[in-house]
Design a protein around this ligand. Structure first.
Ligand SMILES: O=P(O)(O)OC[C@@H](O)[C@H]1O[C@@H](OP(=O)(O)O)[C@@H](O)[C@@H](O)[C@@H]1O
Ligand SMILES: [Mg+2]
Ligand SMILES: [Zn+2]
Length: 181
């Protein structure tokens, strides 16, 4: 039974924007998300992130800026005693025909290889259908959060049969750790 937890980034960990998250200042953690990740990490769950970052291909920001956003995230999580074990991002655009852009499972395959952990039966948490589809393609358990684009995804209503829905990452963490908030 894999304890691996794979998180989408924008809309699950940090605020999302239809205008993309383009700067370190625009990377703002969602309420409770940093503490939730630290709780899971301290409880022994390996944490990975799989994030589509087509803003790179679109020229909205550079890889240096993306790395600076992730360093901000890692520092915040470390300050709460937690860690992220692996971050994978898809730098491509929708027309690049890559294997890593969700809903394709390429980033999850990369995470398996990097962490030497099976993705099957791992949890994938996302705010968009494509996050869940990538996980389902790899035999993962999937959960939708209502933050970010989650309500939009919920209202579309497709592809969500038997998918548990949580208010946010804190609620998902409480479920995983069997605790009440
Ligand atoms: O939720 P994750 O995977 O962490 O990241 C999503 C972001 O890369 C961006 O993905 C874009 O989708 P397109 O790449 O333009 O289809 C849009 O949805 C943006 O609003 C969003 O910020
Ligand atoms: Mg997202
Ligand atoms: Zn890609």
């Amino acid at each position: 039974m894999s304890k691996l937890i794979i998180l989408d980034r924008d809309g699950v960990i940090n605020e999302d924007s239809d205008n993309y998250i383009r700067t370190v200042d625009e990377w703002i953690p969602l309420p409770g998300s940093i503490k939730a990740i630290a709780r899971l990490s301290r409880a022994g769950y390996p944490i990975a992130i799989a994030t589509n970052q087509s803003g790179l291909a679109r020229g909205y920001f550079t890889e240096d800026t993306l790395r600076a956003m992730h360093q901000k995230m890692l520092d915040l999580i470390a300050a709460e005693g937690g860690k992220i074990d692996c971050i994978k991002f898809c730098p491509h655009g929708p027309d690049d025909q890559c294997r890593c852009r969700k809903p394709l499972p390429g980033m999850i395959e990369q995470i398996e290889e990097t962490l030497n952990l099976p993705a099957e039966s791992a949890w994938v948490v996302g705010d968009s259908l494509r996050d869940l589809q990538a996980g389902q393609a790899m035999g993962c358990k999937v959960a939708l959060v209502k933050t970010g684009k989650g309500i939009r995804t919920l209202n579309k209503g497709e592809g969500l049969d038997n998918v548990p829905v949580f208010e946010d990452l804190t609620a998902f963490t409480n479920f995983i750790l069997g605790e009440q908030s």
